[in-house]
Design a protein around this ligand. Structure first.
Ligand code: ADP
Length: 396
């Protein structure tokens, strides 16, 4: 068959259609739209093999215009898809000579195997109701489309595997870093406690009462720090293994924010906090856990954005309540922002400040347990904002 410029143009357009898109369904639709200029079909469906059950599930289906059957009803292709899987080859099925009253009773089917990484993954099936029959050229085109879909799946699968591998490697690195972070975090308060109690026990020195009190209060503070650290580790382990039971009740989030703010103001009289609250309805939540989220956000702001004024905004939409907790500190560099909610993650430059990388992870798990969402935005040298969405009526 001679190859003319039009054919080359067409093949080129098809290749372009599948490039540079992250979403395979969009790539698949683009490919099909381009194909339709040369290859008429009424409906198309992609059946994928479930790796575990080996059942054929419809992954995607399209009706192209002439077909009366809806996209959702793809029973017309199931039989041929099963045969393609069994025989692992292209199958063409045409109806008997007829006559037919209704062209929907005369389906012309072509089913093609979809392979990725040399494994059978599914079948692509086209149908033309009432014909025309598939010519050799059309069969070639359909095979070419199936080949392109196969390589599309292969590259999406590869990308997905790469992402998973990156994430596992990052987790392993974080676990390693955590072991050294945690021993440092445990040793620092222990060092203080040991140092000050040893000093108090010295028999060759006399400490006046106010010095004794100062040393003892340092020991108490450092013991609290150790206690908090251990509690955070246990809490993160409990949240990680999903063994935490939340105690849900009706509550006013604005009241909780006011309460936590007042507590932090008592301990940090210099702290400037502006509350910008709209009237918000009650939500269904665990007050203790939500206070814990706010505690973490306040502690982080004090640690990473020292001296910065804070603004806490709250508003309500029809379905959810939104809280924005903003500081005007140094911000978080964009390349680290996606990871700050991961367990043990710490922004590398911050390792000089004490911390374990558990605080935001704990916040995220608590908000997820409320069917909410938490995310961060940050502009370098301008500040960070932590956003929380909580459903007003969460699913039961
Ligand atoms: P930790 O404070 O123990 O390191 P977190 O999970 O609370 O752990 O925070 C993760 C990282 O996010 C911190 O190491 C810090 O770099 C960054 N971060 C959190 N809050 C802020 C903030 N308000 N401003 C700048 N960086 C922040």
């Amino acid at each position: 068959m001679p190859v003319d410029l039009k054919t080359l143009d067409f093949v080129h357009a098809l290749r372009q259609a599948t490039r540079g898109t992250e979403d395979w369904k969009a790539a698949f639709d683009q490919l099909l739209a381009s194909v339709r200029e040369e290859f008429v079909y009424d409906n198309v469906a992609l059946y994928m093999l479930d790796a575990r059950t080996h059942a054929l599930d419809v992954a995607h289906a399209r009706a192209a215009g002439r077909g009366k059957t809806s996209e959702a009803d793809v029973s017309w292709g199931e039989g041929i898809a099963g045969q393609v899987i069994a025989r692992q080859e292209t199958i063409v099925q045409e109806p008997d000579a007829g006559p037919y009253q209704n062209r929907l009773d005369a389906p012309y089917l072509i089913g093609l195997p979809i392979l990725a990484a040399s494994r059978l993954r599914g079948a692509l099936v086209f149908v033309r109701f009432g014909g025309p029959a598939y010519s050799d050229l059309h069969r070639l085109l359909a095979e070419w489309v199936a080949g392109t879909v196969s390589s599309m799946f292969e590259s999406f699968a590869l990308r997905e595997a790469r992402r998973e591998l990156d994430s596992v490697q990052r987790q392993m690195r974080l676990q390693d870093d955590f072991a050294s972070t945690i021993s440092h975090e445990l040793r620092t308060p222990l060092g203080f406690i040991k140092g000050y109690s040893t000093s108090l026990l010295r028999t060759d020195t006399h400490w006046d009462e106010s010095t004794q009190r100062e040393f003892l209060s340092i020991i108490v503070e450092e013991t609290d720090r150790l206690d908090e650290l251990i509690e955070n580790m246990l809490e993160s382990a409990r949240l990680h293994s999903k063994t935490v039971k939340l105690k849900f009740q009706q509550l006013q989030l604005d009241a909780i924010v006011r309460e936590v703010t007042a507590r932090f103001r008592t301990h940090h009289p210099q702290l400037e906090v502006q509350l910008q609250f709209d009237r918000v309805p009650p939500i269904h939540g665990d007050g203790v856990r939500l206070s814990q989220v706010l505690d973490n956000l306040f502690s982080n702001a004090i640690k990473y954005a020292p001296g910065s004024p804070l603004t806490i905004g709250m508003s309500a939409g029809p379905k959810k309540l939104h809280l924005a907790f903003a500081d005007q500190g140094p911000g978080i560099p964009g390349q680290y922002l996606p990871f700050v909610f991961e367990r043990f993650y710490r922004v590398p430059a911050e390792s000089r400040l004490s911390g374990t990388g558990l605080g935001l992870y704990i916040c995220k798990q608590i908000i997820l347990a409320h069917h909410g969402k938490i995310w961060a935005e940050s502009i370098l040298n301008h500040g960070s904002t932590f956003h929380i969405d909580l459903p007003i009526n969460p699913p039961a």
